[in-house]
Design a protein around this ligand. Structure first.
Ligand SMILES: *Cc1c(COP(=O)(O)O)cnc(C)c1O
Length: 396
C-alpha cells in the first residue's frame, strides 16, 4: 500500500522548517506609496519589484477599468483560438516599437515566456549555455528543451567562450542570461556576449525582467542601456522582458526577428495551451508604456534613492555588492542570520525579504532590498537606521 499522503508531505514540510527553509506567505494589500498592510500590520516595504511605482498609477487603473468595460474581464480562450483581442494586437505592436525590435509576442507571465520559448528554440542535440545565476524559469525552460546544458560561472566571458567552442559540433547554440540578475542587481555584459555569439555563430536570449522600464533611454531596458543598436542584432538576439515588475501590471513579451516570433506563435506551448491574459491587462500595459516613457523623473528618483541607500549601507558590517539597478543585496551569509535581521527590521515596521537557498547559492543568504520610485528619501533613511540598529545588537 502506498504511504498515506500526510505521512509523506507532513514530515517533508517539517524538514524544511528544521533547516529554516520553510516559506510563508503574508496577506498583503497596498496602502500608499511604499507602505503596505501585511497580515494586518502596516509595513514600509522594500520587497516588491514595482520599481517605478506604477502598480498603483491612476492612468493604468483607469485604462484597466475602461478595458474591462469595453471587452469584459476574460479572454475566453487561447490566443490561437479566440483569445487574441484588439488590445493584445495593439500592445504587441507598441512593445515592438518601444524596444526597437521588429516584432513582439505577449505572454501572460514571464515564467511562461521562458518555459515555453526556450524549448521552442532548442532541442535535443542543440547546445544551451547558461549563466550560473540565471532565474529559475530560464533553468526550467532549459530542462524542458532537453538541449545539452552548460552552465558557466556568473558573468565569466572566458568560460562562456570556452563553452561556445566546446559546442561547435552542436546543431544550434543558444546563450541564455538575465540582463539584470534578479538577486544581485548586477548586469550581464551584453555587448561582449553578443560579440562572442557573432564569433561562434550562436544566438543570445536575454531576460530583461529587471531592466525593462528601469534602464536605458526612456526606460527601454538593457539593450538601450548598453547602446547596442537593435537593428544590427535583431538577427542574433531574442529579447524577453516581464511586465509585472517595473511596468506594474502582469505578463511578459519576447521580441526579435519576425521569423523567430512567428515560430514561437507556432511552437511555444505555454503560449497557446493557455488562456490569453484578459484584454484589460493589455490596456493597462498600453497605458504603462506611455507612463514609463513620459515620467522620466521616476528613473531619476530611483537613482537618487540608490545612491543614498549605498552610502547608508556602507556603515554596516555586511557586504553590499555593487549593483546598477533597483535591486541592492545585503549579504548576510547563513539562513539564520538573514531571518534574524529580517525579523529585527520587521519589529521596526520595515519589510525586506530574506532570500535563502535554493533561490541563491548556499552560504549567500541575503536581504534583497528593492527600491521603487514610490519610496522617499526618508524611507531609505529609515531603512538604513533600522539596519544599523539591527547590526549593533547582534541577535542571540
Ligand atoms: C520575475 C522573473 C521572471 C518571471 O516573470 P513573471 O512574469 O513573474 O512570471 C522571469 N525572469 C526573471 C529574471 C524574473 O525576475
Amino acid at each position: 500500500m502506498p504511504p498515506d499522503i500526510h505521512d509523506v508531505f507532513g514530515p517533508a514540510v517539517a524538514a524544511l522548517d528544521a533547516q529554516q527553509l520553510r516559506r510563508h506567505r503574508r496577506v498583503v494589500s497596498a496602502l500608499d506609496g511604499a507602505m503596505v498592510q501585511a497580515d494586518g500590520q502596516p509595513r514600509l516595504a522594500f520587497a516588491g519589484n514595482d520599481y517605478l511605482g506604477l502598480s498603483q498609477h491612476p492612468a493604468l487603473i483607469e485604462a484597466a477599468r475602461q478595458g474591462a468595460a469595453r471587452y469584459g474581464v476574460g479572454a475566453t480562450a487561447s490566443p490561437l483560438i479566440c483569445g487574441h483581442s484588439p488590445s493584445h494586437e495593439a500592445l504587441e505592436q507598441e512593445l515592438a516599437r518601444f524596444v526597437g525590435l521588429p516584432r513582439a509576442l505577449y505572454f501572460y507571465a514571464g515564467y511562461a515566456a521562458n518555459a515555453g520559448a526556450i524549448p521552442a528554440l532548442v532541442e535535443r542535440g542543440d547546445a544551451l549555455i547558461s549563466d550560473a545565476l540565471n532565474h529559475a524559469c530560464l533553468i526550467d525552460g532549459a530542462r524542458l528543451s532537453r538541449a545539452d546544458l552548460t552552465v558557466y560561472p556568473h558573468n565569466d566571458l572566458a568560460a562562456l567562450e570556452r563553452a561556445l567552442i566546446a559546442a561547435r559540433g552542436a546543431r544550434r547554440r543558444l546563450v541564455v542570461a538575465d540582463a539584470v540578475f534578479s538577486m544581485d542587481g548586477d548586469l550581464a555584459p551584453l555587448p561582449e556576449m553578443l560579440a562572442l555569439c557573432e564569433r561562434h555563430d550562436a544566438w543570445l536570449y536575454v531576460d530583461d525582467a529587471h531592466g525593462f522600464g528601469v534602464l536605458g533611454d526612456g526606460g527601454r531596458g538593457s539593450l538601450s542601456h548598453w547602446g547596442v543598436p537593435t537593428d544590427a542584432m535583431s538577427s542574433r538576439l531574442i529579447y524577453m522582458a516581464t511586465l509585472g515588475k517595473a511596468a506594474g501590471v502582469a505578463g511578459a513579451f519576447i521580441a526579435g526577428a519576425p521569423a523567430v516570433i512567428e515560430w514561437l506563435v507556432q511552437k511555444a506551448r505555454t503560449f497557446f495551451f493557455a488562456t490569453g491574459a484578459p484584454p484589460m491587462i493589455a490596456e493597462a500595459l498600453r497605458a504603462s508604456l506611455q507612463v514609463i516613457e513620459a515620467e522620466g523623473w521616476r528613473r531619476e528618483r530611483l537613482l537618487q534613492l540608490h545612491t543614498r541607500l549605498v552610502s547608508g549601507l556602507a556603515a554596516l558590517p555586511w557586504p553590499a555588492p555593487a549593483s546598477q539597478s533597483a535591486i541592492q543585496p545585503l549579504l548576510l551569509g547563513d539562513n539564520g542570520t538573514a531571518l534574524q535581521v529580517m525579523a529585527a527590521l520587521d519589529a521596526q515596521g520595515i519589510w525586506v525579504p530574506a532570500i535563502r537557498p535554493p533561490t541563491v547559492p548556499d552560504g549567500t543568504a541575503r536581504l534583497r532590498i528593492s527600491l521603487s520610485a514610490a519610496h522617499t528619501s526618508d524611507d531609505v533613511d529609515q531603512l538604513c537606521a533600522a539596519l544599523l540598529a539591527a547590526s549593533a545588537r547582534p541577535p542571540v
